[in-house]
Design a binder for this molecule. Structure first.
Ligand SMILES: Cc1cc2nc3c(=O)[nH]c(=O)nc-3n(C[C@H](O)[C@H](O)[C@H](O)COP(=O)(O)OP(=O)(O)OC[C@H]3O[C@@H](n4cnc5c(N)ncnc54)[C@H](O)[C@@H]3O)c2cc1C
Length: 391
């Protein structure tokens, strides 16, 4: 059998490509081939803050997040490997109008074993003494949120996929697709590869790869910036991750190695045509703006020092939820794209469900609500907190 043919070709060796390859190989799906243009984990996942929370107002997201959290928490036993999972807990603060949606989310979280509570400012300061709540209407808390290391996570899935027989070719950019007929041709500078089933997991680059096919998936790419800040006193690694819904940028922050706090945004970011934003610098205007929001929430950060920053791409769909499964009208072509800045935490079970669907099994957790044509069907998945990656 030619090394240029496979039962499944996955385009993109980021988190979703490698995790889905692992599950396909685990399920005995035959010859699984991943084509990655650069190194494993060189796309958006490499820039991820990798926060793993279960607070979601879209119930299907919450269910995937809860089950994925269990996998992240016991990754070595379930998949194999250390992904650097750290449990921090999660404080979510918002205006008073978020109290009702927050309580609804808490009820669903509780039904699925997640410990949650509404806290008074005094109670919240017991878990995070630097926080000020002068402009906050409601404070929610759960004890189980954490974060992992994105590189370790992708490398673990890739290593396990290879151990189970999948092939992952790096430095192999896909330059075009030919979708006519039962066998699809996948073009690369190293020659064509072919398969009856092609899975596009190229994150924000997916529409570029589809350019010659007449297909354009409904997502836009935006530039997102992450910064780290420090004060004289090291930021305690046990303090919870915080989501601040009172800020227009919907900032979030969590402890990071080296006694610093890492701060990202859950807003739309700056729209860009080219997803290759990874080398773009973080401008000082952004640092100053975010520092102002942080010192409002943590007055001890009024004189904080900016220590590092980086940029990464979000692939944002109209309802901030992913596009998963077959592309209507193109049998054998599947996508997993549009994770809208919150796909890290969902990857363990979404990749599992995708692989189960591809081999004809019923997914353990459904993914059909994320179908590519849901917008035409009037089935968008809008969350309770307005637009943003909290959905
Ligand atoms: C700054 C930032 C912070 C984030 N923080 C969080 C968070 O805290 N929690 C959370 O849950 N999510 C977060 N996310 C989102 C999450 O990281 C992503 O949704 C997830 O990692 C996407 O994985 P992916 O595999 O779809 O994409 P990617 O990691 O982008 O993988 C796509 C791969 O395709 C490859 N590729 C591109 N073009 C080609 C080609 N022509 N041929 C072959 N290969 C190609 C790329 O090199 C890349 O390796 C964040 C994202 C960013 C950018």
């Amino acid at each position: 059998m030619s090394k240029r043919t496979a039962d499944f070709i996955i385009i993109g060796g980021g988190l979703y490509g490698c995790a889905t390859a692992y599950h396909l190989a685990r399920l005995g799906a035959g010859r699984v081939l991943v084509l990655e243009r650069g190194a494993i984990c060189s796309g958006g996942t490499a820039r991820s803050c990798a926060i793993i929370r279960t607070h979601y107002s879209v119930t299907s997201n919450l269910l995937h997040a809860v089950e994925s959290l269990k996998i992240f928490s016991h990754f070595d036993e379930i998949v194999g490997g250390d992904v650097g999972f750290r449990r921090t807990g999660y404080l979510i603060v918002g205006p008073e109008e978020h109290r009702e949606p927050m309580l609804r989310v808490f009820r669903t979280q509780n039904e699925h074993g997640i410990d949650t509570a509404i806290l008074s400012p005094e109670e919240a300061r017991e878990v995070h003494p630097l926080l000020s709540f002068h402009d906050v209407g409601v404070i929610g808390y759960d004890t189980m949120t954490g974060y992992a290391d994105p590189h370790l996570t992708v490398q673990a899935y890739a290593r396990r996929a290879r151990e189970l027989g999948a092939r992952i070719l790096t430095d192999t950019p896909v330059t075009g697709l030919s979708l006519a007929g039962a066998v699809k041709q996948v073009q690369t500078p190293a020659g064509d590869f072919e398969s009856p089933t092609v899975i596009l997991a190229a994150g924000p680059w997916t529409n570029q790869i589809l350019a010659g096919t007449g297909i354009r998936l409904p997502y836009v790419v935006s530039r997102h910036k992450v910064i780290t800040l420090k004060t004289q006193r090291p930021y305690d690694p046990h303090w919870p991750t915080v989501k601040d819904l009172t800020t227009p940028d919907k900032i979030y922050f969590r402890p990071e190695t080296g006694g610093v706090v890492l701060v990202g945004t859950g807003d739309h970011g700056e729209p860009v045509e080219d997803p290759d934003v990874m080398q773009d610098p973080v401008d000082l205007a952004h640092v100053e703006r975010i520092s102002g929001l942080i010192s409002n929430r943590m007055p001890a950060f009024a004189e904080a020092e900016y220590t590092s920053g980086w940029t990464g791409p979000y692939d944002i769909t109209p309802d901030w939820n992913p596009l998963l499964g077959p592309v209507p009208g193109y049998e054998g072509l599947h996508v997993m794209v549009g994770f809208s800045g919150h796909g890290f935490k969902l990857a363990p079970t979404i990749s599992e469900a995708m692989a189960q669907m591809l081999v004809g099994e019923r997914p353990r957790l459904p993914i059909d609500m994320y179908c590519v044509d849901r917008f035409q069907q009037g089935r968008a998945l809008h969350g309770a907190y307005g637009i943003g990656s909290i959905s």
